[in-house]
Write a protein that binds this ligand. Sequence first.
Ligand code: GLY
Ligand code: MN
Ligand code: MN
Length: 369
Amino acid sequence: MKSRVESVFAHLEKKPDVVLLANSVEPHLDNSFFHLFDVPSGLFEGSIEVAHPDGHLDLLTGALEADSAELAAQRDPHTTVHRVGRGEIGPLLARLVPAGATVGLNYRELTHGGYLQLGEMLPGRSFVDAGVGLARARAVKDASEIERIRRAAAIGSQVGTEIPSLLRAGMTELELAAEMEYRMNRLGANGRSFSTIVGFGAHSAEPHYAPDDTRLRPGDSIVCDFGAWYRRYACDITRSFHFGPRDPELKAVHECVERAQQAALETLRPGIAGKEVHAAAAAVIDASPWKGRFTHGLGHALGLAVHDGGTGLAPNVDDLLEEGMVVTVEPGIYLTGRGGVRIEDDVVITKQGYEFLTTAPRGYLEVDA
Ligand code: GLY
Ligand code: MN
Ligand code: MN
């Protein structure tokens, strides 16, 4: 099997002599670091990887995580772990990166301080950006990555299915969010993949809302956008409900969002551009009374990060979908001051089309108040 390092070099237009990834401190960790070296736990703050075109990876790490790195490296014939103390990193890096070498860095993730430090440790080397190649190499998932996203999505779907039974008049958005996160952890998640969004009433019209102590009232629409994190891989699912007395407009909005999602799903296949998939959903909403109320891109790549980069489904994305990519499909309609509906699912692109990873019911549901 080709190593992930070889895949990164294959995706780089101009090949540097090495690719170097340097973690800073949480939250400034580079997810590509964990793409090149698959280790189930640990932050690896201050750790460095040097990737070589022949597929080999040198990993420099401290006492905190060297044991788990060595354990993981027993399953990975491409990686050498170097246990380094303070003061040893510079001299070792100078040996691993030849004088005069061109070094590919991840400009999207490396901190400015980290960049300056590398310049001091590696005089006479030139730095270039390898960010696009690193992101593209991550966009197509292998079987073990898809399995983990599938597991994260199964956890999110189970909780999504349970939400209607959790709703009580007078509960706060934060109470519902806490209950959802607790249930994900009980089901095997290593935490949440991003800050859980629970919006009641007018708050459900704000796509990236942060829950507060607002209480649930009959007549509220509800948007819950959340995800499990499972062994470093994310899911991202949104379900929308209506609490109490029927609201004909919000029911029609929900049905329109469902039709928009279905139209987009029907276009999914290898070779279609991200912008065409977005356009299929947007056309449905633009033909409805809610034209102009779909205010974001249709979806994004999903993987080690909830917004994984590399590709997406949005008006500016010319990239073509490929088998093995995992993306979200999440149309929404937002009526400011009143309420909103978003339906978000995670899918993997297959040879023939797509497969759902998230499975919770997505149809309109009025929950008795
Ligand atoms: N959870 C944010 C999003 O759906 O992209
Ligand atoms: Mn989401
Ligand atoms: Mn999303």
